[in-house]
Design a protein around this ligand. Structure first.
Ligand SMILES: [Zn+2]
Length: 293
């Protein structure tokens, strides 16, 4: 499932062909993804210029000259292909085995600049929705999301406030979209390892008794930002390196320090620990019991 860095990489892949370009034509090859496509979907998009392409958590937001915003989510298996000037590439390194099957091409955007942007989604958990820009703050899908982990609002004090008195584990707290938006299983595991904090630790321990940020909160915030920034940089580099769709998009997956590395030695300098896997809130957690306390 794509996480925040993958979605940001997709956004950066789409930006050059979609932003400031007019949508000439939209083909919808079926009437629903996860949910039905909006009424008169193609008609509300065609003729509009994409004035900006942003991201909120794992949602892509295309601002349209009509005053509406096209809200898009990749779901479990969604991807975009960009075809321009005889060359085709995936926007972002996230790749699904079946995404080359044209039967799963559901929505095709023909841009006035000649680019063709195709949304492919074999499992159809992705979604597209049109929302008036002025209604966006009331949008149910976005309203309850916590701050962006790479934004200024996410800092040690904010994290301490959000975790104060929480008996849930740090793993559960960081995965809670109301506390921080867009963090998923992989990057929560990676950030906790970088911060040297156990995923089993009570969330409340990143706050001092008075509710102020502790040293741990500072370490964790830095680790979250570093893990995401590195992942976006790696996704970006693989995007530049891959001119063709060859099914393999970069070796970013091998950069994980704990995720999916059960039984392997810990990569922390001087640590002789072995990565363990446990299950928390129904999801696998990977961590080093030696250096994560
Ligand atoms: Zn270790």
């Amino acid at each position: 499932m794509p996480e925040l860095p993958e979605v940001e990489t997709v956004r950066r892949g789409l930006q050059p062909v979609m932003e400031r370009s007019r949508i000439a034509k939209v083909e919808t090859r079926r009437s629903d993804l996860r949910w039905p496509l909006p009424e008169n979907f193609a008609g509300r998009l065609e003729g509009n210029t994409v004035t900006g392409l942003g991201r909120r958590a794992k949602y892509l937001l295309a601002d349209l000259s009509s005053g509406e915003v096209l809200l898009m989510h990749l779901g479990m298996s969604g991807s975009f292909r960009v075809f321009r000037g005889g060359d085709e590439q995936l926007a972002g390194r996230f790749h699904h085995e079946r995404s080359r099957h044209l039967t799963h091409d559901h929505v095709v955007f023909h841009m006035a600049n000649g680019a063709v942007v195709t949304f492919n989604d074999p499992r159809r958990f992705g979604m597209m929705k049109l929302v008036a820009r002025r209604e966006l703050e009331h949008e149910p899908l976005l309203r309850k999301l916590g701050p962006e982990p790479l934004g200024n609002e996410f800092d040690a004090n904010m994290l301490a406030r959000a975790c104060r008195g929480k008996t849930a584990s740090l793993k559960a707290a960081l995965s809670d979209q109301r506390i921080i938006a867009g963090l998923g299983n992989i990057y929560v595991c990676e950030a906790l390892h970088r911060a040297g904090l156990s995923p089993k630790r009570r969330a409340s321990t990143v706050a001092s008794k008075g509710g102020m940020a502790s040293e741990r909160a500072e370490q964790l915030v830095q680790a979250v930002k570093a893990v995401l920034t590195d992942a976006i940089a790696a996704g970006g580099s693989s995007l530049r390196d891959h001119r063709r769709i060859d099914g393999e998009l970069g070796d970013f997956q091998h950069d994980f320090r704990v995720y999916d590395r059960e039984g392997q030695p810990c990569s922390t300098a001087g640590c002789k620990g072995t990565i363990r896997r446990i299950v928390q809130v129904g999801r696998s957690t990977f961590f080093c019991p030696r250096c994560q306390r």
